[in-house]
Design a protein around this ligand. Sequence first.
Ligand code: ATP
Ligand code: MG
Length: 337
Amino acid sequence: MNILLVEDNPGDVLIIDEMLKEVVGTKFNLVHTNRLDLALKNLLKDNFDAMLLDLGLLDSQGMDTFFTIKMHSPQLPIVILTGLADEDFAVKAIGEGAQDYLIKGQIDGRLLIRSIKYAIERKNSEELIKKSLEEKKLLIKEIHHRVKNNLMVISGLLNLQSQYIHDQNDLEFFKESQARAKSMALIHERLYQSDNFKSIDFGEYIVKLSNDLFHTYNCNASHVKFDIKVENIMVDVDTAIPLGLIVNELLSNSLKHGFPDGRSGDIKIKFHHYHDKLQLIVKDNGIGLSGKMDYKNTDSLGLQLVNLLTGQIDGELEVNMNGGTEFIISFIELNFN
Ligand SMILES: Nc1ncnc2c1ncn2[C@@H]1O[C@H](COP(=O)(O)OP(=O)(O)OP(=O)(O)O)[C@@H](O)[C@H]1O
Ligand SMILES: [Mg+2]
């Protein structure tokens, strides 16, 4: 076993050298240096199985010594050598990834060997766990990518099939379903681009989705302007999917129904923290819902979905009908930051 000892006290070097020589069974090859810069040179030159490191050297002191080595050789198992007075530093180094520490004057041969072997084994298994975590991340990313692609395929298939539909009303149904599949695809696209694959920046999502929908329904609402005010709030996937569909329904309603016959106006979209809740507002100054309409009880699918999905995220739905249509959805998101 190749061990690099970085220690500036010749007495301690001698003791450790003696201890390692006495071990039966394993042969230790001890390389010694007393400075940090020389230690780094040694690491470049040779392969070492582990390092015994004194934090207080001639050219470097305390945690800096440890950080420099760790940056240089992140894979190397390190056992800290320390005096009683510096034990706090050693404990801190463990928190930062050192494998173990030994207090000078309290070391015996058995303890030293055990510590070195344990450090090597533990570092090995740490590396394995790190590797499998990376693989898992890649897999999740891959899955979101595929889900997104499949949803886009469904959206594309609906588009192809709609060529065989001649009734204008039926054609609308196809267009709607296409938009729904696409709004979900967009969530998965954001998910595989995110760091944790579990939550997305919902503000960003709204901006992207609004742009997509604007193009989809552009012919209906070419005189309509968007006014988007969103906070960048991370939302968990379990909330993002239903909430994304809600935005899709409300926005497409405003674009489809709010401004008939070339009427002009604007659609305001807001997503923000409101007291201890999150709030989504979609408001247009178009023709408004018909007075007779019970928005909680419709035959049409769009508003049924909005009611259902609001329930799914334990949200509250409020509708204002003065001078247009305003939907306000408030909910508590436990996972946001
Ligand atoms: N922003 C709005 N402005 C004016 N009328 C609206 C608005 N939103 C909804 N409506 C009216 O409410 C009705 C019900 O909406 P809903 O979304 O449930 O169905 P839809 O849009 O007609 O069809 P779909 O089920 O495909 O969404 C609409 O047909 C429309 O008349
Ligand atoms: Mg609708």
